[in-house]
Design a protein around this ligand. Structure first.
Ligand code: SAM
Length: 294
């Protein structure tokens, strides 16, 4: 076994050797605690049959742990300056492929199909760049990649919103979008001291396990998400007011929206944050039927 990249001493050595300086705009906060990396890797439940996708390998601190536990690792890195460093630090591992692409622009589905041809178990494990955590997770889920799950480090505040239950102030359209696709759990809360440089916010690791069957039947996913976003547009407004002011043609449909809510036994004076995913699904299905005159 090789010496870990992620000790403060070795990380400093690597950065110095290559004259690397952190770019704040790319969310570069590297992990310098091997225990945290071991824990993240364990939460991934990786085996020698797993294909693991990493977003933002940095200098390879997490990547080497993933390489030791997986069959193959695909690591997407946007910063060209890190490529020669990764070539150096990851030279002991022959099962890692670094892809120099912005994860938000990459055709991940195509790349995964090509690179993980003979692999059935696919996981995403990463310490995400915090300026784009939500778009990355949404992209991985809406593109319907054949994933078993996602284990990622992100801002604790975002982790709280992702896992939130109805009736709490953290519950919103993000909680619903993620819980529609996955079972979401916060598995670790992580202090700032394990990063170099230290971020300004607290961090957490979440585990998202993809549902094998959808937890609710939705006629049109895009419309379902539109209804949930509309319902939270102004948190202090009632569900009826938010829907009429936010949905296209909402004002003209006020009477129909009111009748639909009453038929579904959803009090129109309730606020969006009190509705369960099941209630949002029946509401959006009923409104969708009206709009499409099904
Ligand atoms: N995995 C390393 C670690 O844990 O020490 C680095 C994590 S650091 C929080 C985030 C990494 O994501 C950086 O290496 C950064 O350059 C990279 N990154 C930022 N935006 C990206 C994007 N859109 N696509 C791919 N990589 C990105």
């Amino acid at each position: 076994m090789h010496k870990d990249i992620a000790t403060p001493v070795r990380t400093k050595e690597i950065l110095q050797k290559h004259g690397f300086s952190f770019k704040k705009s790319l969310g570069q906060n590297f992990l310098i605690d091997p225990n945290i990396l071991r824990n993240i890797t364990e939460y991934g439940g990786l085996t020698k049959a797993t294909g693991t996708i990493e977003i933002g390998p940095g200098i390879g601190a997490l990547t080497e742990h993933l390489a030791r536990s997986s069959k193959k690792v695909l690591a997407f890195e946007i910063d060209q300056r890190l490529l020669p460093i990764l070539e150096d630090t990851l030279s002991p591992y022959d099962n890692v492929k670094v892809i120099h692409q912005d994860i938000l622009k990459a055709d991940v589905r195509d790349i995964v199909e090509e690179e993980f041809k003979d692999i059935e178990d696919i996981m995403v494990v990463a310490n995400l760049p915090y300026y784009v955590t939500t778009p990355i997770i949404i992209k991985l889920l809406t593109e319907r990649l054949p994933l078993r799950g996602i284990v990622v480090m992100l801002q604790k505040e975002v982790a709280d919103r992702i896992g939130a239950k109805p009736g709490t102030k953290e519950y919103g359209s993000l909680s619903i979008a993620i819980q529609y696709y996955t079972k979401a759990e916060t598995v670790m809360v992580v202090p700032k001291t394990v990063f170099m440089p230290q971020p300004n916010v607290d961090s957490a690791v979440i585990r998202l396990t993809l549902h094998k069957k959808p937890i609710v039947e939705v006629k049109d996913e895009e419309f379902f998400f539109q209804v949930t976003r509309a319902s939270f547009a102004q948190r202090r407004k009632t569900i009826l007011n938010n829907l009429t002011s936010q949905l296209p043609n909402g004002k003209a449909m006020k009477e129909e929206i009111l009748t639909t809510l009453e038929q579904l036994n959803i009090d129109p004076t309730r606020r969006g944050e009190t509705l369960s995913i099941e209630e949002f699904a029946s509401l959006s299905n009923a409104l969708y039927s009206i709009i499409t005159k099904e």
